[in-house]
Design a protein. Structure first.
Length: 613
């Protein structure tokens, strides 16, 4: 491996591998607790058919089997769901027909296995040329693309919105990339990074390139694909995890649509045979005490029908796999998570350009899973938002070193492109982060001044709901307490629930609001009180890439403020709201900190007359 800014690459990789193994052990224990018993019905070269005791897995799930030693061995990805599932695999799995096994969900485990395997291949020099180039680039041995190819069409991929200067620069720099070149795009909240990704992908495809849009999150992939023509785009993933509007893009949807009545007939036959077998089992039990000969005859009939079902499953599976392969081969733009991009049916696919979104949250080796798929690389992210999550690490400085985006900015930051105009939130909401987080590198467009909540006749005692005050701090003098391994605050639960219910009475729909908090225990208590499935209540970490008209942020902590005062997490919390941001917390506890982003927010709100008790 060539010289790079990392002093000892081998030691660096060995350290990451040890970390991934520790993280995998934690995840394995959690996966083991949620399992189902299954029987192997059929094993072919790249397909396995399994019958589960109850339907636990959905199409697109990556599953594993629990070994006698207590480990979880990945099998593959579910192609057809139900009590009987079909799994596509690209490995020797060592299962035999008739064998009983325990299954569990294994996507996160597979992610660790893929990363560990990649590290092993790097250390053993087992990479092909494409992969080797990506690894060299990751460790600082690549080049930043500086060339620009002018856009003749300055509209976004939908043809409805004109791109701004920084967005145009980003797209033109992406189009100008040569082989083995990389571009870093810094996309702060609301600056249109999804618009840039979609436009770049479309223009690259027009030039005949094959493009992969990927991320560690499903939502980031969906947001980009949704702005692209469905006829040239293909989404690989779980149907229930993708946005509703993206389902026509799904590989499974397109395959089933193409097969049409042929597939329906086979599945109808399978369903009919299953009902017949159920009836024959009951009849056989009645004859068992009367006539052994008749009983054996019925058992033989059942066995024949079971064989017929297996044959039909094989026929169905082959149809689905063959059609999926055709769709994958002709797809110009593909979308998947980083892990899924290295699983069937994409594991052998290669691309001209890969665009990795939300890259700040991807670890070095997770991002590398995407980079090894292509010869040109675009990393889109924001180092001021959430970083990778490691359950065994608490040192933020170490986590920053393990973020692919942060590492690559260290190597290639001089050639990065910033998206500079903010379009999403009221100016007074976003101006806090513009000033205190991004140091003036971004600014809201003039239209953001008029983005306000549309309510009237709010209660006089709740003046903080005034639409003309978009940024609010509500001082609630509660105390936090430990609940399990998390924290909660009863006074803030009551305040948040009261605010949410009042806003609903004033005509703000539940789906337009979001309630966030750093702590799972507080999230659970608020959700239990509200009992509103349409009103999303979640942790800050689950809200990156999201937005709502109203965000209510419960700080929760009043004692140790280290976790809640993390600047990346706070920046995410402060930039999710379009029209109204209400922060609920104990001002006295924050004032004792006398510094930091949370303290600065409190002072910022006071200056805007948004502080209330």
């Amino acid at each position: 491996m060539s010289k790079s800014p990392i002093e000892d690459e081998r030691k660096f990789l060995l350290g990451i591998r040890d970390l991934l193994r520790r993280e995998r052990e934690v995840e394995k224990r959690e996966a083991y607790e949620d399992r189902v018993r299954a029987r192997v019905l059929d094993v072919t070269e790249d397909l396995v058919t399994l019958e589960c005791k109850f339907p636990m897995f959905r199409e697109g799930d990556i599953i594993g089997c629990i070994t006698q030693e207590g480990d979880v061995k990945p099998i593959g990805s579910v192609l057809a769901e139900g009590t009987v599932i079909t799994v596509g695999t690209n490995r020797e799995i060592g299962l035999e027909e008739g064998q009983s096994i325990d299954l569990c969900k294994g996507e996160v485990l597979v992610g660790y296995d893929l990363q560990i395997s990649l590290i092993d291949r790097i250390l053993n020099d087992e990479l092909d040329d494409l992969e080797r180039d990506a690894v060299l680039c990751l460790f600082g041995g690549g080049n930043t693309g500086t060339k620009r190819i002018s856009l003749s069409d300055k509209l976004d991929s939908t043809g409805k919105i004109e791109l701004d200067e920084s967005q145009i620069e980003a797209v033109e720099r992406i189009l100008g990339l040569g082989d083995r070149e990389l571009l870093i795009v810094v996309g702060p909240p609301g600056t249109g990074k999804t618009r840039v990704i979609a436009k770049a992908a479309l223009e690259l495809r027009k030039r005949g390139e094959r493009v992969l849009i990927t991320s560690h999150t499903n939502r980031a992939v969906d947001n980009a694909l949704e702005a692209l023509p469905v006829e040239i785009s293909l989404r690989v993933g779980r149907p229930e995890r993708v946005l509703k509007g993206i389902r026509p893009y799904l590989l499974s949807y397109k395959a089933r649509t193409a097969l049409g009545s042929r597939l329906e007939q086979i599945e109808s036959q399978i369903s009919k045979l299953k009902k017949e077998i159920k009836g024959l089992h009951g009849l056989a039990e009645e004859w068992k005490r009367v006539s052994r000969e008749k009983y054996n005859e019925l058992k033989g009939t059942i066995k024949g029908k079971i064989k017929r079902i297996r044959d039909l499953y094989k026929e169905r599976n082959k149809m689905l796999v063959d059609e999926s392969k055709k769709l994958v081969e002709k797809a110009g733009i593909m979308g998947s998570t980083l892990i899924k991009s290295n699983m069937p049916p994409l594991h052998l696919e290669r691309f001209d350009t890969v665009l990795i979104d939300e890259c700040s949250q991807a670890s070095i080796t997770l991002a590398l899973l995407g980079m090894i798929k292509a010869r040109k690389w675009v990393l889109v992210g924001d180092h001021k938002q959430l970083l990778p999550v490691f359950k065994s690490i608490r040192d933020k400085r170490l986590v920053e070193k393990l973020s692919a985006f942060c590492l690559m900015r260290e190597f290639y930051g001089k050639g990065e492109v910033w998206l500079r105009k903010h379009y999403r939130s009221n100016s007074r909401i976003i101006n806090f982060s513009c000033r205190y987080v991004y140091n003036g590198m971004i600014s809201p467009v003039k239209e953001c001044d008029g983005i306000k909540l549309e309510i009237r006749n709010y209660p006089r005692e709740m003046e903080f709901l005034n639409p003309d005050i978009p940024v609010v701090f509500l001082d609630v003098r509660g105390e936090d307490f430990v609940e399990g391994r998390s924290r909660a605050n009863r006074a803030e639960v009551e305040a948040v629930v009261r605010i949410a219910r009042t806003l609903k009475r004033l005509g703000i729909r539940s789906e337009r609001m979001g309630i966030i908090t750093p702590y799972k225990a507080q999230r659970n208590r608020i959700a239990e009180e509200l009992k509103d499935e349409k009103l999303e209540v979640n942790t800050v970490d689950s809200f990156q890439g999201r937005e709502k008209d109203v965000i209510i942020f419960s700080i929760t902590s009043t004692g140790n403020m280290d976790f809640v005062s993390d600047e990346n997490r706070l920046n995410v919390a402060f930039t999710r709201a379009r029209r109204k941001l209400i922060v609920v917390g104990n001002a006295e506890s924050i004032e004792k900190m006398s510094g930091g982003l949370l303290y600065n927010y409190l002072m910022y709100v006071r200056n805007l007359n948004g502080f209330f008790k």
